[in-house]
Design a binder for this molecule. Structure first.
Ligand code: ZN
Length: 143
């Protein structure tokens, strides 16, 4: 009896560990794919902002004339603005992708119960992998 309880507890714990693992694995994979372009843009933005800081620093040190500083800074700011706009667009399209993926996933999930087998004895729905009814234990007939 103790062994049985242990086995039940063990399998329960195992299922509790495994189920979230499989789920997080899926989302992690798609997150990696989605983040690469976004990450690149973020890095570009940081580099550009760093360049502007360097430019300001060089101007303060007297290495640049005010005209040069103003001109280069204007060009850099425009570039940053373009990158920021890119990030914004990407984030919007990412949201849409995530929404579409969720939609298709939920459709796949809701399509599954159709292949379930109805028990001939009690009428309970059973997954196709079941040989016996999970409700009453009767043998399931596959037609
Ligand atoms: Zn049944």
């Amino acid at each position: 009896m103790v062994y049985l309880i242990c086995a039940l507890l063990g399998s329960g714990v195992l299922a509790a560990i495994c189920v979230p693992l499989f789920r997080s694995d899926n989302t992690l994979e798609s997150a990696i794919i989605e983040e690469t372009e976004w990450d690149l843009l973020q890095r570009k933005k940081e580099v550009l902002l760093g360049n502007i800081q360097d430019l300001d620093f060089e101007f303060k040190c007297g290495k640049l004339s005010e005209a040069d500083h103003t001109q280069i800074r204007k060009e850099m700011t425009t570039e940053v603005a373009t990158v920021l706009e890119h990030i914004d667009q990407l984030e919007k399209s990412l949201d849409l992708d995530v929404l579409i993926r969720r939609e298709t996933d939920s459709r796949k999930a809701s399509a599954k119960p159709k292949s379930q087998i109805s028990c001939g004895t009690c009428g309970a729905k059973n997954p196709p992998s079941n040989k016996f009814c999970s409700e009453c234990g009767a043998k399931l007939n596959r037609s």
